[in-house]
Design a protein around this ligand. Structure first.
Ligand code: UTP
Length: 228
């Protein structure tokens, strides 16, 4: 079976859009495709989702509706990236795993945003990996080099090279589970990982060339989250 890969792109890398950056990201993804990988992509809601959600939360809008705002924001970010990836991707954002699989089996790159309320696009990337039969996800973070135990360590220390699912559970314990505020990984995502034993590499998405170096050249970059 050929190599399959899911890439999660932080929404804050896509919105507000910067043409030079998105071109570099596209080139990097196309180089990985050229190396023979079959790819699925999930884009987060980023600052677009957070601004919409913060405004609506101020009006007392229920949490599930805020999630829907986040899902649609992520889909808009996904649409932008899919148009940049043409003709490798089609300009239609799959709204279910079935639709994503159809696009994938048609030899295109499915580019998803959100799916349903109650979780983050990180969980979507794990569901997509499961559906596409990929054992690896690359999570492209916005300006953060990998996983840290505490926010205060970001930028001061090197990220943790290797993290187990159990260690990740400790790290995300205190994190909020609210619309627009899921961080590294949500609890659903962790449970999905446990049933599939998928590995996630976390890299700094602001340097999209790292994607090719990590996946094709096999360099050790950022953090790796795995079962053991
Ligand atoms: P994300 O949580 O993925 O965006 O989706 P984020 O936290 O800004 O992450 P990055 O940095 O872009 O990667 C935005 C919001 O959309 C809702 C959640 O409220 C989430 O916080 N959402 C997203 C869902 O409810 N379900 C989904 O399937 C996806």
């Amino acid at each position: 079976m050929e190599e399959r890969l899911v890439i999660k792109v932080s929404g804050s890398l896509i919105f507000p859009p910067r043409k030079d950056y998105i071109e570099r990201l596209r080139d990097s993804i196309i180089r990985v495709l050229g190396a023979g990988y079959k790819i699925g992509i999930v884009v987060g809601g980023g600052s677009l989702a957070r601004e919409y959600i913060a405004t609506l939360r101020g009006f007392g809008v229920p949490e599930a509706m805020l999630d829907i705002m986040g899902i649609e924001s992520a889909r808009l970010n996904a649409l932008l990236l899919s148009m940049f990836l043409s003709p490798h991707a089609t300009p239609k954002v799959p709204k279910s795993l079935e639709e994503a699989l159809e696009v994938f089996l048609d030899s295109h790159v499915p580019v998803l945003g959100g799916l349903q309320p109650g979780h983050s696009t990180n969980a979507v990337s794990i569901l997509l990996a499961e559906a596409l039969g990929s054992k690896v996800i690359v999570n492209m973070l916005n300006g953060i080099d990998g996983i840290y135990r505490k926010k205060e360590e970001i930028g001061r220390l090197n990220p943790i090279e290797k993290v187990t699912y159990d260690e990740m559970e400790e790290i995300i314990k205190g994190m909020k589970q609210l619309a627009g505020e899921y961080e590294l990984l949500d609890h659903l995502g962790l449970e999905l990982l446990r049933r599939n034993r998928i590995r996630i590499f976390y890299i700094n998405g602001q340097e999209p060339e790292l994607l090719y170096r990590l996946i094709v050249k096999g360099e050790r970059i950022g953090s790796m989250l795995s079962f053991s």
